[in-house]
Design a protein around this ligand. Structure first.
Ligand code: CMC
Length: 430
């Protein structure tokens, strides 16, 4: 990795040579691992805007060019030609599967979709109006209490089983959270359906009558899963890695990832975005909202716009926009007002100097909510669906981290700006 290039750091006339590591793609990385030991200083980077916390071979993003690849394959090609479980295999194992490998993998995942029946009692402990993300954080954390034979992170076989269980069970958990909120019976997984079709079935079927999954809907669902499968070292993935660095079990680590994903700056943006589009309501109100987004004294931001890494089109947004058109066409909703507002908002924002200068483009969440709403999901289910899809990314990154011989507990340092040492003052003297 190192090519003999170094960076020179000078402090008070003393210099240190810091190795520079060159990645396959992307900017060089200054290796500061020995900086504190040798120079006695830390680096300061709140929000990790300039810090590579690990090395990885899974996903690459070129934010300036709007490129996203998984194991080298561009997301657009995967979205057009692959399907979610194949992408899961690719993320987990590093290569596209042979037909036999794919069949075996699909069989394994399908055989792990059911949950221990006892877990149903967990759901019953929640209020019916709980946000499904609250239910998911709780239930996913709790399943470590059920699958003791896959919580030893030092055993590669147990790690493998945990990975399969999480990918397989997450749709079941999300669908159960949805059914619970509706007060409807839980629908058990159906192993003759594809991953996406099974999820739709568990969400929308009722025991009283047959439910046939529309293949266009299943394809759109599968694409949404694929487009959210992994995204390099984002906040929730970094949370999973940090939680796992102490040796925590995989179910607890993924529960931590779900908690982080929930926030409106991350996975919660898809819910916030659709709510914003609905609030705008009609195209004539767009200028008012654009003005608010630009007003520094107003905390309002255009949800579904901007990204820490992409300073160009989010390539996932392009595919998502196509899917939105496809699904709404299928449903005969050509005049969908929310889609009209979204398209016009995008058009206006992309011509506005504020958005141009700050390089703010639509992200993956801008169109996904419109598709999910058209499919019949309430906004509260948008982020749980993101969590279902991202589980494979979290798990692949978790596996990669545990296989790394230089794994250390994550322990950021700080720039302390509090009081210096001072004497305790007894309460009667204050
Ligand atoms: N609307 C209006 N202004 C914005 C927006 C926005 N959506 N996003 C960023 N800005 C402005 C921000 O005010 C700042 O201006 P200034 O330099 O004058 O202070 C500048 O652009 C840079 O913003 P930042 O907050 O420093 O950038 P960041 O990289 O820390 O934040 C972000 C990235 C995604 C949190 C942010 O763009 C945002 O809040 N977007 C809306 C929420 C959203 O759609 N999130 C989903 C992200 S994609 C899915 C995922 O990863 O989960």
């Amino acid at each position: 990795m190192a090519e003999g290039k170094t960076a020179t750091l000078t402090i008070d006339g003393k210099t240190w040579e810091l190795p520079i590591l060159s990645p396959t793609s992307g900017p060089d990385v200054i290796d500061i691992r020995k900086l504190y030991a040798e120079a006695g200083v830390f680096t300061y980077d709140p929000g990790f805007t300039s810090t590579a916390a690990c090395d990885s071979t899974i996903t690459f993003i070129d934010g300036e060019k709007g490129v996203l690849t998984h194991r080298g394959y561009p997301i657009g090609e995967l979205a057009a030609q692959s399907h979610f479980l194949e992408v899961c295999y690719l993320l987990l194992y590093g290569a596209l599967p042979s037909p036999r490998e794919l069949e075996d993998f699909e069989t394994i995942i399908t055989r792990h979709t059911m949950l221990n029946e006892q877990i149903h009692y967990f759901f019953r402990g929640f209020r019916r109006d709980s946000h499904p993300m609250a239910t998911m954080v709780g239930v996913v954390g709790a399943i470590s209490a059920f699958y003791h034979d896959s919580t030893d992170v030092n055993d590669p076989e147990q790690r493998e089983i945990a990975a399969h269980r999480l990918i397989a069970k997450m749709p079941t958990i999300a669908a159960m959270a949805y059914k619970y909120a509706l007060g409807q019976p839980f629908v058990y997984p159906k192993n003759d359906l594809s991953y996406a079709a099974n999820f739709l079935h568990m969400c929308f079927a009722v025991p009283a009558e047959p439910y046939h999954v529309n293949p266009v809907m299943a394809r759109a669902m599968d694409r949404i899963f694929m487009l959210h499968a992994d995204h390099e070292q984002n906040a929730s993935t970094s949370t999973v890695r940090l939680a796992s660095s102490s040796g925590s079990n995989p179910f607890a680590c993924i529960a931590a990832g779900i908690a982080c994903l929930w926030g409106p700056a991350h996975g919660g943006a898809n819910q916030a975005c659709l709510e914003m589009l609905r609030e705008i309501g009609t195209v004539d109100r767009i200028p008012e909202y654009i003005a608010r987004a630009k007003d520094k004294s107003d905390p309002f931001r255009l949800m579904g716009f901007g990204h820490r890494v992409y300073k160009n089109f989010d390539p996932r947004a392009t595919v998502m926009k196509e899917s939105a058109d496809e699904v709404l066409d299928l449903l005969g909703e050509h005049d969908n007002e929310t889609l009209k507002v979204a398209k016009e908002l995008e058009r206006i924002a992309l011509q506005d100097d504020y958005f141009i200068e700050k390089k703010l483009f639509p992200n993956v969440d801008f169109y996904s909510g419109i598709i999910l709403e058209a499919m019949g999901f309430p906004t509260s289910m948008f982020t749980p669906i993101f969590a279902v899809a991202r589980t494979v990314g979290w798990i692949s990154q978790w596996k990669e981290q545990l296989a790394d011989p230089q794994l250390k507990i994550g322990r950021p340092r700080q720039l302390y700006l509090g009081e210096d040492v001072r004497d305790y003052v007894p309460i009667d003297k204050r």
